[in-house]
Write a protein that binds this ligand. Structure first.
Ligand SMILES: Nc1ncnc2c1ncn2[C@@H]1O[C@H](COP(=O)(O)OP(=O)(O)O)[C@@H](O)[C@H]1O
Ligand SMILES: [Mg+2]
Length: 262
């Protein structure tokens, strides 16, 4: 079966420095894939190259890049703008960086949705509320009326995911979405992401430095080191039968798995 996204031979350079080379990536429809590796291994660069969102001065190429039967290497700037947000959404580590502190959450939802979809305000409100309901948000009116500072870090990140899901993208890419949050909230959001995949039929790419976290929610895991792919396989293969010494090093660093015979 055809993949949702299939990219071959990704290469990214910042100026003269090549940071990613020879990377093949793919994800299925309704699949959760994690990209795991230590800081500086190239996770963010890979995630951003997928959505053509690298900083100025970066140069990314790939031999082939197909998303939902379309050749992304042939998209114009305008087509990329339409693609981002509506078909592929990107969630940053720190939701404060894209939630405007002086605008109520509800208004930000409406501005975001109406910048991509030509629908009335009433329709947009309806859509936002139905997504929040599907995501099991309680006190929806209270959240819509709140300013970002009135929400906890976990709630802000859930709101950011909701803003992405409202657009019904086929793929959501989240860069360290919960790394700044406590373990309980991280686990809660992990199980919610798995439920959203089922409810919204969305694929997720989760970037994380934490292999233990990746193991809680992923179907497949890509392990990266120094701009290269070490292993890319099903979760059970990576966790229970890692092929590479470096993957075993990462596994040994997971405290909860240690001493449990896993
Ligand atoms: N804007 C940039 N300019 C130059 N080098 C960068 C830039 N962003 C990242 N790098 C370099 O690219 C490599 C990969 O970084 P990054 O993708 O941020 O890794 P990770 O997300 O795994 O921590 C690192 O060596 C980093 O120093
Ligand atoms: Mg990063």
């Amino acid at each position: 079966m055809e993949k949702l996204l299939e990219i071959k031979e990704i290469k990214v350079s910042y100026g003269l420095k090549t940071v990613l080379e020879g990377i093949d990536f793919n994800i299925d429809y309704k699949e959760i894939v994690s990209i795991v590796g230590e800081s500086g291994s190239g996770k963010t660069t890979l995630a951003r190259s997928i959505i053509n969102l690298l900083p100025d001065g970066a140069r990314a190429t790939s031999q082939t890049c197909f998303f939902d039967h379309r050749d992304l290497n042939k998209l114009s700037k305008e087509e990329w703008r339409n693609m981002r947000g509506s078909e592929i959404a990107y969630i940053f580590q720190n939701p404060s960086s894209y939630l405007n502190p002086i605008i109520r959450i509800g208004k930000q939802f409406l501005e975001s949705i109406r910048s991509h979809r030509n629908i009335s305000k009433a329709e947009a409100i309806q859509k936002v509320k139905s997504v929040l309901k599907k995501m099991h948000f309680k006190d929806i009116d209270q959240i819509m009326n709140a300013y970002p500072y009135q929400l906890s870090g976990g709630m802000k990140q859930r709101v950011a995911i909701a803003m992405a899901l409202v657009m019904e993208p086929k793929l959501i890419i989240a860069d360290e979405p919960t790394s700044a949050l406590d373990a309980m909230t991280q686990n809660q959001i992990a199980s919610e992401i798995m439920a959203y995949r089922d409810d919204f039929e969305t694929s997720f790419i989760i970037v994380t430095h934490n292999l233990g976290y990746a193991a809680t929610l992923s179907d497949r895991i890509m392990v990266m080191r120094a701009g290269k792919v070490i292993e890319f396989d099903t979760k059970s293969k990576i966790i229970l039968a890692p092929q590479k010494a470096y993957t075993r090093v990462l596994l040994d660093a997971i405290p909860v798995l240690k001493g449990h015979g896993i």
